[in-house]
Design a protein. Sequence first.
Length: 154
Amino acid sequence: MPSEEDSSATAPERRESPQEKSPLKLYHNPISGNSRRIWIALLEKQLPFELVTLNLDGDQLTREFLEISPFNQIPVLVDDGFVVVESLAILDYLETQYPTPALLPKDAKSLGTVRMVELATVNELFPAMNPLVQQMMGFGEADEAKLAQSRQQV
């Protein structure tokens, strides 16, 4: 009797239909704005997906997670074995791989506006909000100088 490996070598290649394809897998934490951005895009595109919630008190440091996210950060999207990290890269991947329904405008000015808002949110707003969110969630000691600076920036 041939082994599973042997039978796959002689059997004709079978292609999965979109319905048979394994669902996308999103590694996330609900408190993460970057993760929520991807979650919303998946819902808007009506794509089947599996949520894998990581507790950020160590789940991101497991060997399994570090194999797909060497920077131990969320979100991470896995699509049929293909791994995408960084929320903006994931959004671009989803828009290209699953173009319908489109989430991005086609005209240059509108797309430029979307990209400006994305980058300002990721590079300016979220880092400024981080100390405030950490304080509200009770993570670590409150540094009043950092909190005041964050309030000013936001």
